[in-house]
Design a protein around this ligand. Structure first.
Ligand SMILES: [Zn+2]
Length: 295
């Protein structure tokens, strides 16, 4: 995988350079989600696909990268250590370049939810930034019930979310192997749980690493809207598929969101609300956040 800078309004675009012609581009958008049963898979109209985009998308969201071209020489984003930390590290090593266009966000204006049995996902209004609340309840005692809440920023993403690894139950891993899947899966890129035991010798990175990883996944999946979201996401025992369904539901209701320029600090916007003289409006506008790409 190689990350390249991209100009304004490119968004995040995946390129399969291993295919004949080398020019197959798949935009990272909810409309290109082809499968979300195990991980999030994007595909173009010809069925050319890239799998497991969510951890990389989460790193782009957390590090506030709006535009980038992701070259891949295979059908899947590398698993790395099962978290988003290696991607965040590499993006920070390369550096971030500001572009000459405002950063645009999707502000959620009313709540939508999707409930199925004990599973629930919801996205509703929030004053500033993206708030994520997640709750899980697993029969495996090593996981059990866990909750987490974050307002996503570069700092909280790096320290609280990015290092949480994906996980699987030993019984599922065995079944996947028998079906010829997850052959690249190992204790070096996932936490493996067997009842009350964690098979990874090094143990956990956080007491509630499992639910933090679910939050990491949700942040990545939500970034398939193509923009940062100003809203409040709640996930209860939900999966990639539930988040994808919620996004489709939200897109079908045009009164549910608006696109806004992002401000350097939210206080600038409230000055305008309090009737700042017109002469200052330009100054305030000069402080819109800029879109960014990787260097
Ligand atoms: Zn994941």
């Amino acid at each position: 995988m190689r990350l390249h800078p991209a100009g304004p309004d490119t968004g995040i675009v995946f390129k399969r350079v291993d295919l004949i012609g080398g020019g197959t581009s798949i935009k990272a958008t909810w409309a290109n989600i082809a499968d979300s049963r195990m991980c999030t898979v994007l595909a173009d109209a010809n069925g050319i696909s890239v799998a497991t985009v969510e951890h990389l998308m989460s790193a782009f969201c957390g590090l506030e990268i709006d535009n980038a071209v992701v070259e891949l020489n295979g059908p899947e984003v590398p698993a790395m250590d099962g978290s988003a930390a290696p991607f965040a590290f590499l993006i920070e090593c390369a550096g971030v370049a500001e572009l000459d266009t405002p950063r645009r966000a999707m502000r959620i204006l009313k709540q939508h939810s999707h409930i199925q049995g004990s599973k629930m996902v919801a996205l509703g209004p929030w004053p500033d930034g993206l708030r994520v609340d997640f709750h899980i309840d697993f029969r495996a005692q090593a996981i059990g019930r866990q909750s987490c809440s974050f307002t996503v920023s570069r700092d909280t993403f790096k320290t609280e979310i990015s290092r949480a690894r994906t996980f699987g139950l030993l019984s599922d891993v065995t079944a996947l192997r028998e079906a010829g899947l997850a052959r690249g899966g190992s204790l070096s890129n996932a936490i493996v749980v067997d009842g009350d035991r964690i098979l990874n010798e090094e143990g956990l990175r956080h007491d509630n690493e499992f639910v933090r990883h679910k939050a990491l996944d949700a942040v990545g999946d939500l970034y398939l809207t193509g923009h940062p979201i100003i809203g409040h996401f709640i996930g209860r025992c939900s999966s990639h598929a539930d988040t994808a369904r919620l996004m489709r539901q939200i897109y079908a209701d045009r009164s549910c969101w608006e696109m806004v320029d992002m401000w350097q600090e939210s206080s600038h916007a409230s000055w305008l609300d309090q009737g700042t003289p017109l002469a200052f409006v330009d100054t305030v506008r000069g402080k819109t956040r800029r879109a960014a790409t990787v260097r």
